[in-house]
Design a protein around this ligand. Structure first.
Ligand SMILES: [Zn+2]
Length: 371
């Protein structure tokens, strides 16, 4: 039993001053038994972050599927407060994706990852962003089934462009296989995006980025996602991908219960400026901004969830409980694991963060153990 006392405990419905008890790796109900007391002197305690879209960090990328490299990326983000992480794969050849999914499934089975996200390869050429355009292909149900089998239950999400031939069938197939279909890297008009949500898609991948923009006579996938109460929208709140005023608009439209903050971080996160690779594409990082070499396409971010959370409070101006919801509970709901993680409620895993006075992550606890 660990008791954190004199804490400002950030709960979904507000901040409660008092204690938080941890027993056998889980948040415990209040009780008079007391041992191992840690006085937090009024610091905030928030749930550990849940990142449903991240490609790597600390110089390591999930794309290779190699265990040691993937562990390094996951460890880096864990130290920054991400206690639940999905590993995202950019578009690759059939062989590369098969190897990566098979390799990462081992780490998911070990509990290092909460699952795998295929970002592609069934994406729109005109919205490919940093994905290799020569490897994009139309939805291929046979390839998808092979990847589901290689993932051994750990393939959790696939981003696809719903306007491609066969995409809506793949959305239905994904839903049946327990894989969350996400609409992204798309040029679809609103009607096609709505058809994808009706077919079972439940997430919009990095809303605003790599998709047909919002137009007042054709709202496209952005209006379709924001207007659909079944859909959770991802936002890269790094101050580069989406400006704070637009982040604020998305929160006003959908509420913190439908906005998931993500990093979309690539290997350069935590490494500083330099030259990197993302799925075979060369990426330059200058002043923390990652772009394709020789181009202007933004190529993922270099932030951690701690940065995204802090910016949501300090730059966007969200109340801390809403920022915590968007960084933990909402993404956990997107994955269907919110009965286990995402908030500091009795019975859930003791995945939590202690913040210092400027909202930086000071300590990380996962499963009741300090990291
Ligand atoms: Zn991505």
């Amino acid at each position: 039993m660990t008791v954190l006392t004199n804490a400002r405990v950030v709960l979904p419905d507000g901040v409660r001053h008092g204690e938080l008890r941890i027993e056998a790796g889980r948040i415990a109900a209040p009780s008079p038994v007391t041992e191992d007391v840690l006085d937090l002197a009024g610091r905030y305690v928030i749930p550990g972050f849940v990142d449903i879209h991240v490609h790597g960090g600390a110089g390591a990328s999930y794309q290779s599927g190699r265990g040691e490299e993937a562990r390094r990326a996951a460890e880096f983000h864990l130290a920054a407060g991400t206690t639940t992480t999905i590993a995202s794969l950019v578009t690759g050849s059939p062989g590369e994706l098969a190897d990566a999914v098979a390799g990462l499934a081992d780490l998911a089975a070990d509990g290092v990852l909460a699952g795998i996200h295929l970002e592609g390869p069934y994406l729109a050429r005109e919205r490919c962003g940093a994905h290799n355009p020569t490897l994009l292909r139309p939805p291929d149900a046979a390839e998808f089934r092979r990847l589901v089998a290689l993932g051994r239950g750990h393939l959790r999400m696939i981003t696809l462009a719903p306007e491609l031939p066969g995409a809506l069938d793949l959305v239905r197939e994904a839903a049946d296989a327990g894989v969350i279909a996400a609409v992204g890297h798309t040029e679809a008009p609103g009607a096609t995006a709505r058809a994808a949500f009706d077919a079972g898609a439940r997430v919009a991948t990095h809303l605003f980025n790599a998709m047909r923009p919002l137009h007042h006579r054709e709202g496209g996938p952005i209006a379709a996602a924001l207007n659909d109460p079944r859909v959770i929208v991802e936002l890269i709140a790094d101050g580069v991908h989406v400006e704070s005023g637009v982040v604020r608009l998305a929160f006003e439209a959908a509420g913190a219960g439908r906005v998931a903050l993500i990093t979309d971080a690539m290997a350069a996160a935590g490494m500083g400026d330099g030259d990197y690779r993302l799925g075979g594409m060369e990426v330059q990082v200058r002043d923390g901004r990652a772009t394709l070499a020789g181009g202007s396409s933004i190529a993922g971010s270099t932030i951690t969830m701690a940065d995204a959370f802090r910016r949501a409070v300090t730059e966007v101006g969200l109340p801390i409980e809403q920022a915590a919801e968007a960084a933990a509970l909402t993404p956990a709901r997107a994955l269907g694991i919110d009965s286990r993680v995402g908030s500091l409620e009795p019975g859930k895993d003791a995945d939590l963060l202690v913040l210092d006075d400027d909202l930086a992550v000071a300590r990380v606890m996962k499963g009741g153990r300090w990291r």
